[in-house]
Design a protein around this ligand. Structure first.
Ligand code: PLP
Length: 287
Protein backbone atom coordinates (compact mmCIF):
# COMPACT_ATOMS: atom_id res chain seq x y z
CA UNK A 1 0.00 0.00 0.00
CA UNK A 2 1.41 3.45 -0.86
CA UNK A 3 2.35 5.65 2.06
CA UNK A 4 0.53 8.84 1.15
CA UNK A 5 -2.57 10.04 -0.63
CA UNK A 6 -3.19 13.68 -1.48
CA UNK A 7 -6.66 14.88 -0.40
CA UNK A 8 -7.76 18.50 -0.75
CA UNK A 9 -4.50 20.16 0.17
CA UNK A 10 -3.02 17.52 2.50
CA UNK A 11 -0.68 14.56 2.13
CA UNK A 12 -2.36 11.98 4.38
CA UNK A 13 -1.36 8.43 5.33
CA UNK A 14 -3.12 6.35 2.64
CA UNK A 15 -5.09 4.20 5.11
CA UNK A 16 -6.52 7.27 6.85
CA UNK A 17 -7.32 9.37 3.77
CA UNK A 18 -11.07 10.03 3.47
CA UNK A 19 -13.62 12.24 1.80
CA UNK A 20 -16.95 13.63 3.01
CA UNK A 21 -20.11 11.48 2.55
CA UNK A 22 -21.76 14.37 0.71
CA UNK A 23 -19.01 14.64 -1.87
CA UNK A 24 -20.88 14.73 -5.18
CA UNK A 25 -18.50 12.16 -6.58
CA UNK A 26 -19.81 9.71 -3.99
CA UNK A 27 -23.46 10.82 -4.36
CA UNK A 28 -23.77 11.29 -8.14
CA UNK A 29 -20.48 10.19 -9.78
CA UNK A 30 -20.21 13.93 -10.48
CA UNK A 31 -16.53 14.05 -11.29
CA UNK A 32 -13.71 13.03 -13.57
CA UNK A 33 -10.39 11.22 -13.31
CA UNK A 34 -7.08 10.57 -15.00
CA UNK A 35 -4.59 7.72 -14.85
CA UNK A 36 -1.04 8.74 -15.73
CA UNK A 37 1.56 6.00 -16.20
CA UNK A 38 4.92 6.52 -14.51
CA UNK A 39 8.13 5.03 -15.89
CA UNK A 40 11.59 5.47 -14.33
CA UNK A 41 10.10 8.04 -11.94
CA UNK A 42 8.71 10.18 -14.77
CA UNK A 43 5.01 10.64 -15.62
CA UNK A 44 4.50 9.57 -19.25
CA UNK A 45 2.54 11.94 -21.53
CA UNK A 46 1.77 14.07 -18.48
CA UNK A 47 0.75 17.15 -20.45
CA UNK A 48 -1.67 15.15 -22.65
CA UNK A 49 -3.28 13.63 -19.54
CA UNK A 50 -3.62 17.06 -17.91
CA UNK A 51 -5.04 18.47 -21.16
CA UNK A 52 -7.70 15.74 -21.09
CA UNK A 53 -8.35 16.38 -17.38
CA UNK A 54 -8.93 20.09 -18.11
CA UNK A 55 -11.20 19.22 -21.03
CA UNK A 56 -13.27 16.70 -19.01
CA UNK A 57 -13.69 19.30 -16.26
CA UNK A 58 -14.73 22.02 -18.65
CA UNK A 59 -17.29 19.72 -20.37
CA UNK A 60 -18.88 19.14 -16.94
CA UNK A 61 -18.50 22.80 -15.88
CA UNK A 62 -16.30 21.93 -12.91
CA UNK A 63 -13.48 24.40 -12.16
CA UNK A 64 -9.84 23.30 -12.02
CA UNK A 65 -9.13 22.57 -8.33
CA UNK A 66 -5.78 24.39 -8.61
CA UNK A 67 -3.55 25.75 -11.35
CA UNK A 68 -2.08 23.37 -13.88
CA UNK A 69 1.44 24.08 -12.53
CA UNK A 70 0.30 23.33 -8.95
CA UNK A 71 -1.31 20.07 -10.13
CA UNK A 72 1.99 19.01 -11.72
CA UNK A 73 3.87 19.85 -8.52
CA UNK A 74 1.48 17.74 -6.41
CA UNK A 75 1.86 14.80 -8.85
CA UNK A 76 5.63 14.96 -8.61
CA UNK A 77 5.66 15.43 -4.82
CA UNK A 78 3.33 12.43 -4.32
CA UNK A 79 5.56 10.27 -6.53
CA UNK A 80 8.57 11.40 -4.47
CA UNK A 81 6.90 10.76 -1.09
CA UNK A 82 5.71 7.30 -2.21
CA UNK A 83 9.03 6.42 -3.88
CA UNK A 84 7.33 5.40 -7.14
CA UNK A 85 9.59 4.59 -10.10
CA UNK A 86 7.21 2.45 -12.18
CA UNK A 87 3.47 2.62 -11.68
CA UNK A 88 0.71 5.15 -12.04
CA UNK A 89 -0.77 8.33 -10.63
CA UNK A 90 -4.54 8.42 -10.17
CA UNK A 91 -6.11 11.90 -10.14
CA UNK A 92 -9.78 12.46 -9.33
CA UNK A 93 -11.67 15.75 -9.27
CA UNK A 94 -15.31 16.00 -8.20
CA UNK A 95 -17.65 18.97 -8.02
CA UNK A 96 -17.16 18.99 -4.26
CA UNK A 97 -19.23 18.65 -1.10
CA UNK A 98 -22.82 19.95 -0.94
CA UNK A 99 -26.19 18.91 0.53
CA UNK A 100 -27.66 16.28 -1.81
CA UNK A 101 -29.53 17.93 -4.68
CA UNK A 102 -29.23 17.04 -8.36
CA UNK A 103 -28.71 20.62 -9.61
CA UNK A 104 -25.21 22.06 -9.20
CA UNK A 105 -24.49 23.70 -5.82
CA UNK A 106 -23.91 27.45 -6.03
CA UNK A 107 -20.77 27.48 -3.93
CA UNK A 108 -19.04 24.06 -3.76
CA UNK A 109 -15.28 23.94 -4.34
CA UNK A 110 -13.93 21.11 -6.48
CA UNK A 111 -12.44 18.24 -4.45
CA UNK A 112 -9.10 16.77 -5.51
CA UNK A 113 -7.75 13.33 -4.61
CA UNK A 114 -4.50 11.86 -5.89
CA UNK A 115 -3.07 8.42 -5.21
CA UNK A 116 -0.22 6.40 -6.67
CA UNK A 117 0.30 2.71 -7.34
CA UNK A 118 3.58 0.86 -7.79
CA UNK A 119 3.57 -1.57 -10.72
CA UNK A 120 6.02 -3.95 -12.30
CA UNK A 121 5.77 -3.43 -16.03
CA UNK A 122 8.19 -6.18 -17.00
CA UNK A 123 7.53 -9.88 -17.22
CA UNK A 124 3.74 -9.59 -17.41
CA UNK A 125 2.31 -12.58 -19.30
CA UNK A 126 -0.29 -10.43 -21.08
CA UNK A 127 2.45 -8.77 -23.13
CA UNK A 128 4.16 -11.99 -24.18
CA UNK A 129 1.20 -14.40 -24.42
CA UNK A 130 -1.58 -11.99 -25.36
CA UNK A 131 -5.08 -12.00 -23.88
CA UNK A 132 -8.61 -13.21 -24.59
CA UNK A 133 -11.46 -10.74 -24.89
CA UNK A 134 -15.21 -11.07 -25.20
CA UNK A 135 -17.71 -8.75 -26.89
CA UNK A 136 -20.65 -7.10 -25.11
CA UNK A 137 -23.26 -4.48 -26.10
CA UNK A 138 -22.09 -0.94 -25.31
CA UNK A 139 -24.51 0.25 -22.63
CA UNK A 140 -22.85 3.55 -21.76
CA UNK A 141 -24.10 7.13 -22.09
CA UNK A 142 -23.54 9.32 -25.15
CA UNK A 143 -20.50 11.29 -23.85
CA UNK A 144 -17.82 8.63 -23.60
CA UNK A 145 -15.21 11.23 -24.55
CA UNK A 146 -15.47 12.63 -20.99
CA UNK A 147 -13.37 10.61 -18.52
CA UNK A 148 -16.08 10.57 -15.88
CA UNK A 149 -15.89 8.51 -12.70
CA UNK A 150 -19.32 7.05 -13.61
CA UNK A 151 -17.91 3.68 -14.66
CA UNK A 152 -20.78 1.34 -13.78
CA UNK A 153 -21.40 0.03 -17.34
CA UNK A 154 -17.64 -0.46 -17.72
CA UNK A 155 -17.50 -2.35 -14.41
CA UNK A 156 -20.44 -4.59 -15.38
CA UNK A 157 -18.84 -5.40 -18.73
CA UNK A 158 -15.44 -6.05 -17.15
CA UNK A 159 -17.06 -8.36 -14.61
CA UNK A 160 -18.74 -10.29 -17.46
CA UNK A 161 -15.30 -10.62 -19.06
CA UNK A 162 -13.71 -11.75 -15.79
CA UNK A 163 -16.41 -14.38 -15.24
CA UNK A 164 -15.76 -15.63 -18.80
CA UNK A 165 -12.04 -15.90 -18.02
CA UNK A 166 -11.25 -12.97 -20.35
CA UNK A 167 -9.02 -9.96 -19.78
CA UNK A 168 -11.23 -7.33 -21.36
CA UNK A 169 -14.66 -6.79 -22.94
CA UNK A 170 -14.87 -5.05 -26.30
CA UNK A 171 -18.03 -2.96 -26.34
CA UNK A 172 -20.13 -3.02 -29.50
CA UNK A 173 -22.51 -0.27 -30.70
CA UNK A 174 -25.98 -0.70 -32.25
CA UNK A 175 -24.46 -0.92 -35.77
CA UNK A 176 -22.28 -3.87 -34.75
CA UNK A 177 -19.07 -1.81 -34.63
CA UNK A 178 -16.58 -2.07 -31.77
CA UNK A 179 -16.42 1.18 -29.81
CA UNK A 180 -13.60 0.35 -27.35
CA UNK A 181 -12.72 -1.82 -24.35
CA UNK A 182 -14.00 -1.09 -20.85
CA UNK A 183 -10.70 0.58 -19.99
CA UNK A 184 -8.81 0.50 -23.27
CA UNK A 185 -8.98 1.48 -26.95
CA UNK A 186 -9.34 -1.32 -29.51
CA UNK A 187 -7.27 -1.92 -32.65
CA UNK A 188 -6.97 -4.45 -35.47
CA UNK A 189 -4.46 -5.08 -38.25
CA UNK A 190 -6.17 -6.06 -41.50
CA UNK A 191 -5.09 -8.79 -43.92
CA UNK A 192 -3.16 -6.23 -45.97
CA UNK A 193 -1.29 -4.94 -42.91
CA UNK A 194 -3.28 -1.76 -42.27
CA UNK A 195 -3.67 -0.62 -38.67
CA UNK A 196 -7.28 0.31 -37.83
CA UNK A 197 -8.71 2.02 -34.75
CA UNK A 198 -12.02 3.82 -34.35
CA UNK A 199 -12.00 7.54 -35.19
CA UNK A 200 -12.33 10.13 -32.41
CA UNK A 201 -15.87 11.25 -31.52
CA UNK A 202 -18.12 11.33 -28.44
CA UNK A 203 -18.43 7.52 -28.83
CA UNK A 204 -15.03 6.70 -27.30
CA UNK A 205 -12.53 7.99 -24.80
CA UNK A 206 -9.76 9.84 -26.59
CA UNK A 207 -7.00 7.60 -25.28
CA UNK A 208 -3.65 9.21 -24.64
CA UNK A 209 -1.91 5.91 -25.42
CA UNK A 210 -3.96 5.69 -28.64
CA UNK A 211 -2.69 9.12 -29.65
CA UNK A 212 0.94 8.23 -28.90
CA UNK A 213 0.69 4.90 -30.76
CA UNK A 214 -0.74 6.67 -33.83
CA UNK A 215 2.13 9.17 -33.69
CA UNK A 216 4.68 6.34 -33.42
CA UNK A 217 2.96 4.47 -36.29
CA UNK A 218 3.17 7.60 -38.45
CA UNK A 219 6.87 8.05 -37.61
CA UNK A 220 7.59 4.43 -38.42
CA UNK A 221 5.70 4.55 -41.73
CA UNK A 222 2.96 2.13 -40.61
CA UNK A 223 -0.16 2.54 -42.75
CA UNK A 224 -3.20 3.30 -40.57
CA UNK A 225 -6.83 4.38 -40.80
CA UNK A 226 -9.15 5.74 -38.10
CA UNK A 227 -12.59 4.21 -38.70
CA UNK A 228 -15.11 1.86 -37.10
CA UNK A 229 -14.67 -1.91 -37.50
CA UNK A 230 -17.07 -4.78 -36.84
CA UNK A 231 -16.56 -7.84 -34.64
CA UNK A 232 -16.55 -9.99 -37.82
CA UNK A 233 -13.75 -7.82 -39.23
CA UNK A 234 -11.79 -8.17 -35.99
CA UNK A 235 -12.19 -11.95 -36.13
CA UNK A 236 -10.96 -11.99 -39.73
CA UNK A 237 -8.03 -9.64 -38.94
CA UNK A 238 -4.37 -10.66 -38.84
CA UNK A 239 -3.94 -9.10 -35.41
CA UNK A 240 -5.82 -7.31 -32.67
CA UNK A 241 -4.69 -5.43 -29.58
CA UNK A 242 -5.86 -2.96 -26.94
CA UNK A 243 -4.07 0.12 -25.60
CA UNK A 244 -4.23 2.09 -22.35
CA UNK A 245 -2.04 3.83 -19.78
CA UNK A 246 -1.56 0.55 -17.90
CA UNK A 247 -1.95 -2.09 -20.62
CA UNK A 248 0.32 -0.20 -23.10
CA UNK A 249 -0.07 -2.38 -26.21
CA UNK A 250 -1.63 -5.68 -25.15
CA UNK A 251 -2.04 -8.26 -27.94
CA UNK A 252 -5.51 -9.84 -28.23
CA UNK A 253 -5.27 -13.47 -29.33
CA UNK A 254 -8.89 -14.63 -28.90
CA UNK A 255 -12.23 -12.88 -29.33
CA UNK A 256 -15.33 -14.67 -27.98
CA UNK A 257 -13.28 -17.87 -27.81
CA UNK A 258 -12.16 -17.73 -31.48
CA UNK A 259 -8.51 -17.16 -32.42
CA UNK A 260 -7.38 -13.92 -34.05
CA UNK A 261 -4.89 -14.62 -36.85
CA UNK A 262 -2.65 -17.47 -35.70
CA UNK A 263 -3.90 -17.14 -32.11
CA UNK A 264 -0.59 -15.68 -30.94
CA UNK A 265 0.56 -12.03 -30.46
CA UNK A 266 0.97 -10.41 -33.87
CA UNK A 267 4.24 -8.94 -35.15
CA UNK A 268 2.97 -5.35 -35.49
CA UNK A 269 1.51 -5.37 -31.96
CA UNK A 270 4.87 -6.59 -30.65
CA UNK A 271 6.79 -3.92 -32.57
CA UNK A 272 4.42 -1.17 -31.37
CA UNK A 273 4.82 -2.40 -27.79
CA UNK A 274 8.61 -2.30 -28.08
CA UNK A 275 8.52 1.21 -29.60
CA UNK A 276 6.09 2.37 -26.91
CA UNK A 277 8.36 1.00 -24.16
CA UNK A 278 11.25 2.96 -25.69
CA UNK A 279 9.03 6.04 -25.71
CA UNK A 280 8.13 5.52 -22.03
CA UNK A 281 11.79 5.16 -21.17
CA UNK A 282 12.53 8.46 -22.92
CA UNK A 283 14.47 6.71 -25.71
CA UNK A 284 12.14 8.07 -28.40
CA UNK A 285 11.18 11.69 -28.67
CA UNK A 286 8.53 13.49 -30.61
CA UNK A 287 5.57 11.08 -30.46
C1 PLP B 1 -13.10 3.52 -21.74
C2 PLP B 1 -11.63 3.74 -21.95
N1 PLP B 1 -11.16 3.79 -23.21
C3 PLP B 1 -9.85 3.96 -23.46
C4 PLP B 1 -8.92 4.08 -22.43
C5 PLP B 1 -7.47 4.27 -22.73
O1 PLP B 1 -7.08 5.60 -22.46
P1 PLP B 1 -5.58 5.94 -22.07
O2 PLP B 1 -4.72 5.43 -23.20
O3 PLP B 1 -5.56 7.43 -21.99
O4 PLP B 1 -5.28 5.25 -20.78
C6 PLP B 1 -9.37 4.04 -21.10
C7 PLP B 1 -8.44 4.19 -19.99
O5 PLP B 1 -8.76 4.05 -18.84
C8 PLP B 1 -10.76 3.88 -20.86
O6 PLP B 1 -11.24 3.84 -19.61
Amino acid sequence: MPRYAYVNGQYLPHGRAAIHIEDRGYQFADGIYEVVPVAAGRPVDESQHLDRLERSLSELRIAMPMSRRALELVCHELLRRNGIRDGLIYIQVTRGVAPRNHAFPADASPALVMTTKRMNFTGQAKFTDGVSVITVPDQRWARRDIKTINLLPNCLAKQTATEAGAYEALQVDDEGNVTEGTSSNAWIVTGNGKLITRHLSDDILHGVTRRTILAIAAEEGVDFEERPFTVAEALAANEAFVTSATSFVTPVVRIDGKPVGDGVPGPLAQRLLAWYRDYMAGLRVGA
